[in-house]
Design a protein. Structure first.
Length: 176
């Protein structure tokens, strides 16, 4: 896309230079012709006048053609700029979403680490010690801790929850 952008700019610059040289040439030719004509004080024949008019018309058509090419190149450049602007906006939006997702992943990792630490702590407790604590935890927290508890200690955690809540947790684990 950068190459197309630079190519469009180069074409536009080239067209402007060509138009500039043609206009400069016309003014320079007029400026040189006037002092010579005044100095010689001769009349121009009708054929010379007709040839000059034809040359001027030809140059004018060349200028018009170059202006059309310039307008087309400018339109293409504007189109490319619009596409690049849309692409850049899309990239920024995707980068923002990616940053949000990275933050969410980091948050989930922190929760996972905390759940692992709590599972190690709970593995040192017996059922009587676990019951009041587990009774106050949300199902999601208990589920995260359960996933990080060893198979031997999971039984203690389920018993500490009570029959109804243990059944509910089991249903959640199986259906996920």
């Amino acid at each position: 896309m950068k190459i197309l952008k630079w190519l469009g700019a180069a074409v536009g610059f080239f067209v402007l230079l060509v138009v500039g040289f043609i206009v400069l040439f016309l003014f320079q030719a007029d400026d040189e012709a006037l002092p010579q004509a005044a100095a010689e004080e001769t009349l121009v024949s009708s054929t010379e006048l007709e040839m000059a008019t034809m040359a001027q018309d030809s140059l004018q058509s060349d200028v018009d053609s170059l202006m059309a090419v310039l307008a087309q190149a400018q339109a293409e450049l504007d189109s490319m700029v619009a596409v690049l602007t849309f692409r850049d906006a899309s990239i920024l939006a995707l980068e923002s979403r990616l940053t949000d997702k990275d933050a969410a992943i980091e948050e989930l990792r922190a929760v996972d680490v905390n759940a692992q630490e709590m599972a190690r702590t709970f593995s040192t407790m017996n059922i009587e010690q676990l019951s009041p604590i587990v009774g106050q935890l949300t199902d999601g927290v208990v589920l995260d801790i359960y996933k990080h508890t060893s198979n031997k200690r999971r039984r203690f955690l389920l018993e500490a929850m009570g029959d109804d809540r243990a059944a509910k947790l089991t249903n959640e684990l199986v259906t996920k």
